[in-house]
Design a protein around this ligand. Sequence first.
Ligand SMILES: [Zn+2]
Ligand SMILES: [Zn+2]
Length: 218
Amino acid sequence: MAGKDSELERLRYEMDAAQREIDNIKSRLDPLSYRRDSIKSQIDSSNYRIADLKHSVDNEYQAVRICQQAHNKLDADNHRYRANSFKEALQREYDIKKGYYDQLNNIKYDFDSAVSALRDAKARKQRARDAFNARLAIVKAENERRKAEWKETHCRVCGKAIRYHVDWKRVPDLCPECKEKEKAKWRETNCKKCGKPIRYNIEWTHIPTICSTCKGKH
Ligand SMILES: [Zn+2]
Ligand SMILES: [Zn+2]
């Protein structure tokens, strides 16, 4: 009954369309969050390597100082050389990490616009659902009201229930079957005097042979 209301149909279509969009955005968000997580873990590894390299640079400089105190210039130079190559590796690692952050920013932009589109679609679905429920309540009340306009009575012959509308001029007292039977009891004959048709019921004890007009003249 509710499905026949065109406004309800339209709102249901709107809800479905919003749901399809929600599903669509979610399917875009999943790979994005997967990529974001994998880049974050690459940044974590990069941070470990950076800490490691910083530690190596410190160790080499410490070794340089020890060698200088021991006046061992050759070893001090060696350690300084190693310290420099660790520093170069550290710089390369910083560049790599910066590349990860650039990727992360791109993903964040895509992610944020998808999240805001998702929020819009969800709000649209909610609005459609609220309007749907409000309309459904109206349609149901209207149906109830219409249903209340139909009343029931009983056939005076067989007692069967008969439905009738309150606007009908006459409340029926016969069910369709009994009405047919009642109709069948009526026959027609012709006036013996003027030949005009006379209607009579077969249950009458006296069947007229003269019409009322001719009877009146008599
Ligand atoms: Zn009946
Ligand atoms: Zn007559």
